[in-house]
Ligand binder design. Structure first.
Ligand code: GLN
Ligand code: ZN
Length: 768
């Protein structure tokens, strides 16, 4: 039996890497200093695993930005637009690398960054490889081998982690027509071979190839490429041992494909797909080692040792201990660094903390599981098991988690609660009468610029340098200015500006029961950017109104309608660490009921237009298509529960950015929001086609300008976009708005852009 991990977080226990990168980008530190920080983090990570007793320690899981980009550089898949940088005397490999990640605007050059997208269903974003039809590869960076040698100098015979060739190609994007990225296999194989040769020459024994696509839906071509690639590598390297890792789902229909690859070990995710263990045990050939991913690499809960031991012992009984590895389900990249750093009991109470484990604790769990699974665990180990049982038991029955009222309310929730009183047509009439809005009504998505001042007030308030009254007063003044200004320039549906919010999920989490927060629970999102997701640990309910105060205040300042602003249940769920002791769908329903109460209270307070943001609905889609409908069913239902407690005349909006709608338009329509605002400007209204083809009946606000850039759009270009929209969607269904919230923009850009937007709406409306 051996223990290993698939990868460790590299941002540093106190986000040292983030800070070092940002200092380097700002020109404040030298390359040498940055490299030093990287080296220290690697060393600390290895040492930590070594001391914990991990048998196979990974290397090349470190990255200055992203592991996919690392490989892109290693295999020399450098898009031609970076040629000037690559060939410049003065620029280093790392400069080129950061230019690819972040773009380059210096010395008369203006080169765009490579695209970024989500890593499977995580909130980690990778840099998408770009492939040309005749794409050539050549060994460009020696990072993989260098880090292996570096570990060796620390006395570790490491297991280099390399993204598998097939997965790497599948992660990329074809930048021209007329070829399939998998056609590049034969071009790429020689570079893999070269790297493996170097590793072998330096004494490597095990190589980990990450092939998560083996746990996804694969087309015929990919199914054919897999055995070819690994047969060829196995033939060339009879002395290297290959470990193929799969994660984020089960092998399912790829079971025989994965188990018959000519490799030495196969890793499976038993957290996401525990049911696959029996099948896999039955299917694997006699020579294959099975790596059991039993510790959750995607969440922050303590492992249930007794439960994991059932799987481990089953595998040992069937395969023998020498054919069993114990590991986390996936790389620990997706968990925060170290729970021991959570020292402030006011932020994270000890009672909740005892149920949790971060990356460092998960490493210990793996080692303990191995000891527990061995013949004669010693006294201390058994003591640990007893403590683990106690914590698990205590969590199961804790009154902090379980709330009778929430559970009985869930019981009493029926289909009716997910149903507005009348169908859309009737609601539309009632809303027209009550709201009296013009054609092409203008609105914004909610937030207005979070200026330095606004953020500094919050920081001062948190530190105690501002009293609650002073802070409140400052926010009120900012809100009032914003309301007055919107009124002045003639926006139809105003917003209060969201100045009181730090983040659209955290703000609600802080006010809902069942949520906890951490001080240092950072997880890498992309590059140097980290997020600190809230932890949903218990039954969720809303002890008191959350947004009524601000919406009511804003509405009191104007005769125009002010839109109430909420985050939807699916988005709150999606952007948090979620409890694992009940289905996600149930947690989502609890949040939905809390939001529903807020919607009702807003209505009672005289707010007649309420927006429930759901930007994360699409990203919550399961990796396997067969599971989409089930997810969409409960996700849409949760939204409907949150939105359906109001009168016909109250208008419910939703907002979704970063989404494509083609394959889920049915479900989007099923959400039955009276108005949906979407991101559309960057695609030149192309996203609207899905709505047009479907004959989407409700109202829709396609974003008419891109808020992600400081550029101020002209009235004319917005008129053009609106005309395009009008060509496919009837005018009486259309709204006019930016494509997302304005919190990252400056006031001067915002003012100019919104004035032009109002003018554009008036011009288009004048034709009616
Ligand atoms: N109401 C939020 C805002 O305006 C919506 C943010 C989002 O969609 N990501 O900031
Ligand atoms: Zn948005």
């Amino acid at each position: 039996m051996q223990t290993h991990i698939l990868g460790y977080p590299r941002i540093g226990s106190n986000r040292e890497l983030k800070k070092a990168c940002e200092q380097y980008w700002a020109g404040k530190t030298s390359l040498q200093e940055l490299l030093e920080v990287g080296k220290t983090i690697r060393k600390q990570n290895w040492k930590l695993q070594q001391e914990a007793g991990i048998d196979l320690i990974p290397t090349n899981d470190f990255s200055f930005y992203d592991q996919v980009l690392d490989l892109t550089l290693s295999v020399g898949a450098i898009p031609s637009r970076y040629q000037d940088i690559a060939s410049k005397e003065s620029s280093t490999e790392l400069d080129l690398y950061f230019a690819m990640a972040r773009g380059y605007q210096k010395e008369g050059l203006d080169i765009t960054a490579m695209e970024m997208t989500k890593w499977f269903d995580t909130n980690y974003h990778y840099i998408v490889p770009e492939f040309q039809k005749d794409q050539k590869f050549k060994l460009f960076s020696n990072k993989i081998v260098n880090e292996f040698i570096e570990a060796k100098e620390e006395g570790i015979n490491a297991k280099p982690v390399i993204i598998g060739l097939v997965t790497y190609l599948l992660l990329g994007k074809e930048k021209e027509e007329g070829f399939n990225k998998l056609d590049l296999t034969q071009n790429l194989l020689p570079v893999y071979t070269e790297i493996l040769k170097e590793l072998e020459n330096n004494g490597a024994e095990w190589i980990q190839f990450d092939e998560p696509f083996l746990a996804l839906d694969l087309d015929q071509k990919a199914k054919e490429v897999y055995p070819n690639v690994y047969t060829e590598l196995a033939q060339q390297f009879p002395n290297l041992k290959f470990l193929i890792t799969t994660y984020f789902d089960g092998l399912k229909d790829n079971l025989s494909l994965a188990t018959t690859l000519p490799v030495d070990a196969l890793h499976i995710d038993l957290v996401r797909a525990p049911e696959q263990l029996d099948e896999v045990i039955n299917a694997i050939p006699e020579t294959l080692i099975l790596s059991l991913g039993v510790v959750d690499g995607r969440n922050i809960w303590k492992n249930d040792f007794s439960q994991s031991l059932v799987s481990i012992k089953k595998a040992i009984a069937a395969l023998g201990p020498e054919r069993v590895f114990i590991a986390p389900s996936c790389s620990l990249l997706h968990t925060p660094f170290d729970l021991d750093l959570e020292k402030n009991e006011k932020i994270l109470s000890p009672e909740i903390k005892q149920w949790m484990a971060f990356a460092k604790q998960k490493v210990s769990e793996i080692v303990l599981l191995k000891k527990l699974a061995s013949e004669n665990p010693d006294y201390n180990t058994l003591q640990e098991l007893a403590e683990n049982k106690k914590a698990i038991e205590n969590r199961k029955v804790s009154t902090l988690i379980h709330n009778k009222d929430v559970k009985s309310r869930i019981e009493l929730t029926t289909e009716n609660d997910a149903q507005r009183n009348s169908p859309f047509n009737a609601r539309k009439e009632a809303q027209q009468r009550a709201l009296e809005l013009p054609l092409f009504p203008t609105t914004t998505i909610g937030s207005f610029p979070q200026t330095k001042e606004v953020r500094s007030w919050r920081a001062q308030f948190k530190k105690g340098d501002l009293t609650a009254e002073e802070y409140d007063q400052l926010l009120k003044e900012e809100t009032q200015r914003t309301i007055n200004w919107q009124e002045e320039i003639g926006i139809d549906v105003l917003v209060h500006g969201e100045f009181e919010r730090n983040d659209m999920v955290e703000y609600f989490g802080e006010q809902l029961a069942g949520f906890a927060f951490t001080q240092n629970g950072w997880v890498q999102s992309y590059g140097s950017r980290c997020v600190k997701p809230p932890v949903i640990f218990g039954d969720v309910h809303r002890p008191q109104p959350m947004t009524v105060y601000w919406s009511q205040y804003a509405q009191s300042l104007t005769k125009k309608w002010v839109k109430g602003m909420l985050t939807g249940p699916v988005t709150i769920l999606q952007w948090s660490f979620v409890r694992d002791d009940q289905p996600r769908s149930l947690t989502c329903k609890q949040i939905a009921l809390a939001i529903r109460d807020e919607v009702s209270d807003l209505e009672k307070a005289g707010i007649r237009i309420i927006q429930i943001d759901e930007p994360a609905i699409r990203e919550g889609l399961p990796l396997r298509k067969a599971e989409w409908q089930n997810y969409l069913q409960w996700a849409v239902e949760a939204f409907r529960i949150s939105a359906s407690g109001v009168e016909d005349a109250t208008q419910i909006h939703t907002h979704m950015c970063y989404s494509e709608f083609n394959d889920i338009i049915h479900n989007i329509a099923d959400m039955d929001a009276d108005v949906i605002t979407i991101e559309c400007s960057r695609s030149q209204m192309e996203l609207l086609n899905a709505f047009a083809d479907f004959k989407y009946p409700n109202e829709i606000g396609p974003g008419v300008y891109d808020i992600h850039s400081p550029r101020v759009p002209s009235k004319e270009e917005m008129v053009e976009l609106l005309k395009k929209a009008q060509a496919v969607i009837p005018a009486e269904q259309l709204w006019v708005n930016p494509d997302c919230g304005l919190k990252t923009r400056h006031w001067d850009e915002t003012e100019k852009a919104l004035i032009a937007m109002v003018a554009a709406s008036k011009e288009v409306a004048a034709a009616y």
